[in-house]
Design a protein around this ligand. Structure first.
Ligand SMILES: [Zn+2]
Ligand SMILES: [Zn+2]
Length: 252
């Protein structure tokens, strides 16, 4: 059945993996499939996510990959895609990432990818998805990603992914009142200031300040109970926050 594109077309986020910094038993690190009616984008590719991607999408149907930064929990599985891509896709897959990742890949010279370096100033179009970026508060050059579809570019229609960040960044750079905010929340308040990551409380407060419609917490450390983290985020947000979970699908 043909999918109808248009202003009311459903846009989805499928969580392929969401564990913070390393995969839990049976889990997967960061990776998301972002889809419009006509376009499929892999956003980060942490370990375990390529196996999960194939549950929901034929590799041949993947239009592009965006990697947010060089920490391996966000890109390790492109090493598998580099092998499978030529088998299933037959043409190079556009791969957008900050400088530095390519040199870390065993397959940096592969024909599987069309490597394209991005910075915070880049603007990227993949099918009907329009991407903007913002450098976050994290160790290596890390790019938050803001995605719109053609004709739906009001803040309330946007999908924003924080990538990894500490508290000295804000989604406000993409506008106030963002529709869907996928925000890292790695640990609880007791570890604030220890790592360049956010607590559930900080993610909730950041979303509240922006006026976000839907907050989805992600990148939770396997050492942190899911209930405790989402409770903390919800308390700071002033209403219920959602939590990413492997296989979960959200509309945005
Ligand atoms: Zn990470
Ligand atoms: Zn990181």
């Amino acid at each position: 059945m043909a999918t109808v594109a248009g202003p009311d077309a459903v846009r989805t986020l499928t969580v392929l993996g969401c564990d913070g910094s390393f995969p839990a038993a049976g889990g997967a690190a960061s990776g998301y499939l972002v889809q419009s009616a006509t376009t499929s984008l892999l956003l980060d590719a942490g370990s375990g996510t390529f196996a999960n991607l194939q549950r929901v999408l034929a590799v041949a149907s993947l239009d592009a990959v965006v990697l947010t930064h060089e920490h391996p929990d966000h890109w390790a599985d492109i090493e598998s895609l580099a092998v499978a891509g030529p088998i299933y896709k037959g043409e190079p897959i556009p791969l957008y990432c900050p400088a530095g990742i390519r040199d870390r890949s065993y397959f940096k010279h592969t024909a599987a990818f069309d490597w394209r370096t991005i910075t915070a100033a880049s603007g990227v179009t993949v099918g009907d998805l329009r991407l903007r970026f913002s450098r976050t508060d994290h160790g290596p050059e890390t790019l938050a990603v803001c995605i719109a579809t053609e004709g739906r570019e009001d803040p309330d229609d946007l999908f924003v992914y924080s990538a990894d960040t500490g508290p000295n960044w804000s989604p406000d750079v993409f506008g106030k009142g963002i529709g869907t905010f996928l925000c890292e929340a790695t640990h609880l308040r007791d570890l604030e200031g220890t790592f360049q990551h956010l607590s559930g409380h900080q993610a909730g407060a950041m979303a509240k300040e922006n006026g976000v419609r839907t907050l989805i917490c992600t990148h939770r450390s396997p050492t942190v109970p899911a209930d405790a983290l989402v409770e903390e985020a919800s308390a700071a947000l002033g209403r219920e926050a959602s939590q990413a979970a492997m296989g979960k699908v959200f509309e945005w």
